[in-house]
Write a protein that binds this ligand. Structure first.
Ligand code: AMP
Ligand code: ZN
Length: 466
């Protein structure tokens, strides 16, 4: 079945055919490990995971690289401000390597909680300095770069076209620019390939230009080429990468090898919070652990992300996340019911559902449509193990760990109740013994407010966390 992917480079949904037989080579821009990754970042990695899984569902083999940026990402993507790693190191009174190790570890733990597959190759920037220096050297030798007192800069005027990914008109932007342009730069949009290190910069390496460190963009170009060759199939990132980071990666590859490095450029839209931007000053940046503290499982957040297409903005609210948590539980319950069903379903009907799901995911990862089909299967009134098997097949793409549904449901029914809730339940049992129905109802409402639903069954009182 055809796979169609939206390509930011062509601005159309194109038919995807790998460059090299059955192997798909992908490069994903990974995290800058100076702080905890937030749920917006994880929207990007959930998208990356679903893309991987969809390609595997179609029988492709993957060679997928994700980088870890542990040096050279300055505060602004356009080479201004301080190195994010060094700034965090100073703030936390540690060295930048300790900072990188700490936040990388948390990042991979969160990836595992979200059941995101780890790409085949994880490439840390500081492990690839020689490859980056070589890349810069080739750009200089080909006449696309020059030296200033601050570092080595790429000369965009040497390109046939810049920009190619975004539609922005750089002449207009230059005219309206508020920032002071470095007078040593030949063109305002020239960017740093290599940066001469100030005295107090900790991460720096010997180079033909003295002690210095790589720019963020050259890292991805050099690591991508090392593992995937001069041209590969897909490059992924967030929409914020389009105007600068990816534009500059393309410029660098053209300068060094005369080629645009990837055929498909795929970008995931931003996650918003309460209809606005996530920002520290608004205090609305959440991590996966913070969601867990509020009773939202990481997999429920993953399911939440499937409610919108990756190319549309998604608005995070706690109400939305709580609904996703409930939906995840219903999905598990539905799966368990199908698993123990004994009806026989016509194979043709199963195939029909499978085809519809397959078409949806192959159509530029239309997860909202695919989830609609998943729900039809979960709710199918004829309960059958055949439906459960189909759901497990779908879960190869979703990665919601449906196979362990019973285990999750059991764990939830065994959750330890807080002392306060136990006391309220005891008080309510007493009230019911005393036939004080009014008090019993009041306590039930109080429990509900605290997030617990009480049910009176023949066997006695039960409580469930909502
Ligand atoms: P960074 O660690 O800042 O380099 O970002 C890691 C990834 O998260 C990049 O692919 C960004 O494009 C992406 N990203 C950052 N903020 C958001 C957001 N609010 N929603 C979706 N993706 C984001
Ligand atoms: Zn990158």
């Amino acid at each position: 079945m055809e796979v169609k992917l939206y390509n930011t480079l062509t601005k159309t949904k194109d038919n995807f055919i790998p460059l090299n037989g059955n192997e798909v080579r992908i490069y994903s821009c990974g995290p800058t490990v100076y702080s905890y990754a937030h749920i917006g970042n994880f929207r990007a990695y959930i998208f990356m995971d679903t893309l991987r899984r969809m390609l595997k569902y179609n029988g492709y083999q993957l060679k997928h690289v994700m980088n870890i940026t542990d040096v050279g990402h300055l505060e602004s993507d356009a080479d201004e401000g301080e190195d994010k790693m060094e700034k965090a190191a100073r703030k936390e009174n540690k060295n930048p390597y300790e900072i990188a190790n700490f936040y990388s570890e948390v990042f991979f733990k969160d990836m595992a909680k979200l059941n995101i597959e780890k790409p085949e190759i994880i490439a840390k920037a500081t492990d690839h300095i020689p490859e980056m220096l070589q890349f810069v050297k080739e750009i200089i030798d080909n006449g696309y770069a020059y030296e200033t007192s601050k570092g080595i800069y790429f000369d965009i005027s040497k390109l046939d076209k810049y920009p190619v990914l975004s539609n922005r008109n750089i002449d207009e932007q230059i005219a309206g620019a508020r920032v002071d342009v470095d007078p040593e730069k030949r063109n305002p949009y020239d960017f740093a390939l290599w940066i001469k290190a100030p005295e107090n910069h900790i991460m720096k390496w010997d180079s033909p230009w003295g002690l210095s460190y790589p720019g963020w963009h050259i890292e991805c170009s050099a690591m991508g080429r090392k593992y995937l060759g001069e041209q590969f199939d897909i490059h992924t990132g967030g929409v914020d990468h389009i105007p600068t980071h990816h534009e500059n990666e393309i410029a660098q590859s053209k300068g060094a090898c005369g080629k645009i490095p990837a055929k498909f450029w795929m970008h995931v839209e931003f996650l918003q919070v309460d209809g606005g931007k996530m920002s520290k000053s608004l205090g609305n940046i959440y991590t996966i652990s913070q969601l867990q503290e509020k009773g939202i499982e990481p997999l429920a957040y993953k399911l939440f992300c499937f409610t919108a297409h990756y190319r549309t903005q998604l608005n995070f609210t706690f109400e939305g996340a709580e609904s996703a948590q409930k939906a995840l539980n219903r999905l598990r319950e539905g799966f368990v019911k199908q698993e123990s069903g004994n009806e026989t379903i016509d194979e043709k009907l199963i195939q029909e559902y499978e085809n519809r799901f397959h078409e949806a995911i192959n159509d530029d990862l239309n997860l909202p449509l695919a989830m609609g089909i998943v729900w039809e299967v979960v709710r199918h009134e004829k309960k059958s193990k055949q439906w459960a098997d189909l759901l497990l097949k779908f879960d190869n793409v979703l990665g919601l760990d449906l196979i362990n549904s019973s285990k999750y449901l059991e764990e939830q029914s065994n959750i330890e109740l807080p002392e306060e809730i136990i006391k309220l339940m005891q008080k309510r049992a007493e009230a019911r013994n005393n036939k004080d129905w009014q008090l019993s109802d009041e306590i039930r409402d109080e429990l509900k407010e605290k997030g617990y639903i009480v049910k009176d069954t023949k066997e006695g009182m039960t409580v469930e966390k909502v």
